[in-house]
Design a protein. Structure first.
Length: 502
């Protein structure tokens, strides 16, 4: 077994900080990579070494395989952790790392390729006990053939992109008269998003829940599931709130779905951490949706109910270790809820907001965890994904976890940009969410912008203090050798502010 000594984290923001933390726990050295706007970010500060990717946008930095590999070579990193997003599900990246003699902390390039093509995944599972939504086995490009198959499947149908998940290229078709134009627009979106216009057709399952199972598999054929996550509170295919376990699964369903998830992993000779996504219809039938071959954003809720550190498990598996536990050794303990914090304005159709974080004061106390990459004064830019933090709570049952989340959301101060924190408060307090009886249409059915409370006046005072903090931080961060008068400058600023306030 080859012990990993130095990991290059090929990511940014909260997940880069998250991975570095586990590396520190394990005494593994870390290398951060950063774009120009990320030069002073938290993950760069926390890493032992940092390498500039010399660019602004993702396409010039975190998505450039050659730059990442060169940074790993330059620093002597013996492994790369891709996090999620960016190159985490790019088979060419996994291959490039392996060819450079660098351990890719994730599944094989072959598994990434197999599961990345949604029709290959479906074909793999044909003849197994894993239930698939009725639909075409293969991609389909001939319009008249596709229309014939759609009527065989029975409307409403869903046209999906073969080359990618996440809803891109997806079209729901209720009326046969709309089929052709929907298929052409789906092919066009798929071509633009993935460079691959292949599509396939499934029976559209009305009002499904999105429930996914966490998989862990070592390189010796041992595979377990770490139970499920309920991810139905979504907006435009973007998960907003996740929880574990789901409030609708019976122990029998959990066992059947867990076995199906393990079957998916085994049939693709999977190793590493992976997630098998299912759709559950209103009759509680479940259907395989897709498999994600990366650590997911929402992994903390699984960590909290199982007590495992999934990044540590990924590293151990990459080192060739045995899992060291079996399914019978695993149990759900308590309940966890995660609220994703996006720099978006929920009162303005969730438009992304940019600016500088003035004040970031995170909640703490019993059962509260915050995974964020935020430092006071940092810039939230349009260059990257607007998710800047995750607030997670745990308690012995769902009611307790929700109650703690409500308290933590009240405590959480993040000013300078609009965020989805008030939206999360709305959801946590909503009786339908609290009942557990909701599906992927919850936001569409129950949320209106007027539900968002505007900022309290107290915040204005905090802003001023925060503004001072940010100025002080900025000066301190950028002070030249001979300044030394930071406190004095700040005193003048305070006087100025007091004069202005009168
Ligand atoms: C579906 C579906 C219903 N029936 N497939 C696929 C990508 C993933 N993000 C959501 N997907 C879905 N696939 C069948 N056969 C419902 C979803 C779905 C969804 C679809 C449209 C709009 C919002 C959605 C939210 C969650 C799940």
């Amino acid at each position: 077994m080859n012990r990993i000594k130095k990991i290059l984290v090929a990511n940014r923001g909260e997940i880069a900080v998250r991975i570095i933390r586990t590396c520190k726990d394990l005494g593994i050295k870390t290398v951060a990579v950063f774009s120009e706007t990320d030069r002073k970010s938290l993950h760069v500060r926390m890493a032992d070494e940092a390498v500039s990717l010399a660019g602004l946008k993702s396409s010039e930095t975190y998505l450039v395989i050659e730059k990442i590999i060169a940074a790993a070579r330059l620093t002597g990193a013996d492994a790369i952790h891709p996090g999620y997003g960016f190159l985490s599900e790019n088979a060419l990246f996994a291959e490039a790392a392996t060819e450079a003699g660098i351990t890719f902390i994730g599944p094989s390039a072959d598994s990434i390729r197999k599961m990345g093509d949604k029709t290959t995944a479906r074909k793999l599972l044909k003849g197994t006990k894993v239930p698939l939504a009725p639909g075409t086995e293969d991609s389909i490009s001939d319009l008249s053939e596709a229309k014939r198959l759609a009527s065989e499947i029975g409307y409403p149908v869903l046209i999906k992109a073969s080359a990618g998940g996440g809803g891109k290229g997806m079209r729901i078709v209720h009326d046969p008269a709309d089929f052709e134009k929907s298929m052409v627009s789906s092919q066009n979106e798929a071509r633009n998003a993935f460079g691959d216009s292949r599509v396939y057709i499934e029976k559209y399952l009305e009002n499904p829940r999105h429930i996914e199972f966490q998989i862990l598999a070592d390189q010796h054929g041992n595979t377990v599931h770490l139970f499920e996550r309920e991810c139905s509170i979504q907006r435009r295919h973007q998960k907003v709130i996740e929880e574990a376990p789901s409030s609708v699964l019976t122990p029998e369903m959990r066992q059947k779905m867990g076995e199906a998830a393990i079957e998916v992993a085994k049939i693709s000779s999977y190793y590493g951490a992976g997630t098998v996504e299912f759709l559950v219809d209103k009759y509680l039938n479940f259907y395989f949706l897709e498999m994600n071959t990366r650590l997911q954003v929402e992994h903390p809720v699984t960590e909290l109910i199982t007590g495992l550190d999934l990044v540590r498990e990924q590293i151990r598996i990459a080192e060739g270790e045995l899992l060291g536990y079996e399914q019978k050794d695993l149990a759900i303990r308590g309940h966890a809820v995660e609220c994703r914090v996006y720099a978006e304005d929920p009162s303005n159709n969730f438009l992304p907001d940019t600016g500088f974080v003035h004040l970031h004061r995170v909640p703490t106390g019993p059962g509260v965890r915050v995974d964020s990459g935020i430092v006071d004064g940092m810039e939230v830019s349009v260059h990257f994904d607007p998710m800047i933090s995750k607030l997670v709570t745990w308690d012995s049952d769902r009611k307790g976890a929700i109650s703690r989340m409500c308290r933590a959301l009240e405590e959480y101060t993040l000013s300078g940009v609009q965020t989805t924190l008030p939206f999360c408060q709305f959801v946590m307090k909503h009786p339908v969410f609290q009942s557990g009886n909701f599906d992927t249409h919850f936001i569409q059915n129950y949320f209106k912008p007027e539900h968002i409370e505007i900022d309290d006046p107290e915040l204005i005072k905090n802003l001023a203090v925060a503004g001072l903090n940010a100025i002080h931080w900025f000066i301190r961060e950028n002070k030249t050798e001979n300044s030394g008068s930071v406190v004095h400058d700040r005193q003048e600023t305070v006087n100025l502010w007091k004069i202005r306030r009168k």
